[in-house]
Design a protein around this ligand. Structure first.
Ligand code: UP5
Ligand code: MG
Length: 188
């Protein structure tokens, strides 16, 4: 009880860089638990609560939801899974997310996968996705890119200084990227 050490990989990269796609492949092959912070927040916004409405508004505007909301969703999902190895996709998105998560959960990532992809490639992918996401329109996509550069890149830089980041060229075909991803994952 309390003694099992969590193994966590953060899956980071800009909007449309392929975080969800590559995570799904790791789930398929290794059965690791995939927690997409964005998916958890999109589920939460269906709750009909005032907090759910706030989350919906923030996602539509490409803004980062307050840490306490995202961290409690992640914490609950980790607890409910009964497992201790997780891929956490799309979180932490700013330095405050990162510091709060580390101090509240006591978890440090073992590895950070950074999917590096040019904006024009990500933009084309997002506009072609057609899954009805409220943030897949050109106006919100531009905001998401700006938030990524201003707030999320510093998180990657923080972990880079700790030697935890594997940078992956995400402007390639899915299979080619996955070959590299699975190798990095197996080295853990
Ligand atoms: N695709 C994928 N890989 C490809 C490849 N190699 N070649 C060609 N096409 C490829 O991929 C996007 C699209 O590209 C898909 O159609 C795919 O088939 C294709 P996907 O794998 O979905 O990329 P991903 O990086 O997961 O893109 P996503 O849009 O999910 O990234 P975001 O980071 O923008 O979205 P997320 O869901 O993480 O967050 C959404 C919002 O939630 C945020 O903007 C924010 O408002 C909020 N949020 C928080 O506030 N806090 C959080 O902690 C998390 C989210
Ligand atoms: Mg995603």
């Amino acid at each position: 009880e309390g003694a099992v050490k969590h193994k966590v990989v953060f899956v980071l990269g800009g909007p449309g860089s392929g975080k969800g796609t590559q995570s799904a492949r790791l789930v398929q092959e290794f059965g690791v638990v995939h927690l997409s912070a964005g998916d958890l927040l999109r589920e939460h916004m269906k709750s009909g609560s005032p907090e759910g409405q706030m989350v919906a508004d923030m996602i539509k505007n490409g803004q980062i939801v307050p840490s306490h909301v995202t961290i409690s969703l992640l914490q609950k999902a980790m607890d409910d899974s009964g497992k201790h190895k997780f891929l956490i996709d799309g979180f932490p998105r700013n330095e405050e997310n990162r510091a709060s998560f580390e101090s509240q959960t006591g978890i440090m990532p073992d590895l950070v996968l950074f999917f590096d992809c040019p904006e024009e490639v990500m933009e084309r992918r997002l506009l072609g996705r057609n899954e009805g996401r409220t943030d897949d329109n050109i106006e919100t996509i531009r905001k998401r890119f700006k938030v990524f550069i201003d707030s999320s890149l510093p998180v990657i830089q923080h972990y880079e200084a700790l030697g935890k980041v594997a940078r992956i060229n995400a402007d390639r075909d899915t299979e080619e990227i996955y070959k590299e991803v699975r190798r990095l994952f197996m080295e853990l």
